[in-house]
Design a protein around this ligand. Sequence first.
Ligand code: DGY
Length: 430
Amino acid sequence: MRVDEATEDADLAALRGRAIQILRTNNRGGYTVPTDNLYPFQWNWDSAFCAMGVATFDVQRAWDELDSLYTGQWTNGFLPHIVFHQVVDSYYPGPDVWGADHVPRTSGISQPPITATAARFILARAGDDRASRARAAALYPKILALHDWWDRARDPEASGLVGVLHPWESGADNSPVWDRPLEATPATTTVFHRRDVALVDAAMRPRQWEYERYIYLVELYRGLGWDDARMWAQTPFKVADVGLNAILQRDERDLLALAERFGTPAEQQRLSERAARRRKGLERLWDEEAGAYYSLDLVSGQSLKIASHASFLPLWGGLDDPGRAQRLADELQRWVDLCAFGAPTMAPDSPEFDQRRYWRGPVWAIVNWMLGDGLARHGCGELARRLRADTRRLIQRNGFCEYYDPLSGEGLGGDTFSWTAAAGLAWAFD
Ligand code: DGY
């Protein structure tokens, strides 16, 4: 072994050790908070990514993470984006604002579904042992119920595309892609007190303008009793987000693999048919002339012709056409080449790019993980390696932050962040 290789191994071992420590510190007894204070509960997709990170050092704890998340599942299969396991007042909007009728208390919107992908990942890490097979078999019907909910509640017309009814449901809260549909969304008249901007520089967070609409939507749906059909019919915000649909596609494929082991032939058949419908749905978001996937506003019927990191997530979802994968990779490479650290969440030469503001430009380790994995699966290994190396460099220089400035590398948002640690353990330091 060469000296520089030995140094790199020692660095990676130290980074792994630090990542494990973060995930242990953020464990609140069976579930992981994204970070202390700023996010003091269990968040849906954060938790699924954390489960994969935890699986690299404690498989049973990884299953506990997913089980704990599913204690928030409603009887209709819906899995909320937050499970409020404990009373903490450092977060707004808390359980009373959501007014959802469930124990433990929860929010009323969902988040990108990653739990089937996480369950398969944990099974593989466990070497498919008996204990893990039993845990996966017990979880499988709950994940199936979640996917049936997405299909029924968020694609009631069986178009093959699901719609998100709140920007938070996409996971990319303040992406510039939501600017237009949010302009058509009223602001709340309630006076509310944000806690996030007391904990993090306001220039790194969504603007007040957006929050007023986020809260309007929560209040509207609470008033509709969180009834899926009434929400779908009455919302001013309904978007077929390319990111959510691509992530759903991947999770559904992983669910089908679980169904082949733990499900019935009828469930397998249902999931295979749904997969075909989803592929056709995603195809409607492809713009051949632009060579890009764009989200679709389901209220106005307009394509939202703004590319973001989500436009590349079909690589994670799985593409049949290698030529199209290469076109996506070439454009992403162009974005990365304009930065010191890839991948930015918006094109650095686009008017909406804001290098420090949450989902309007910064680099996120979990996004790099999904893009890197997708690129590698489609034969674009060089760019995948670049994203992995950039993720390591960012963490090495600036710690396990929530997100990073793509131009300077500065760590932004919350620190000692769980899913950044998980992305390191399960992907970037692997
Ligand atoms: C937040 O509060 O910032 C979350 O992303 C939405 O749940």
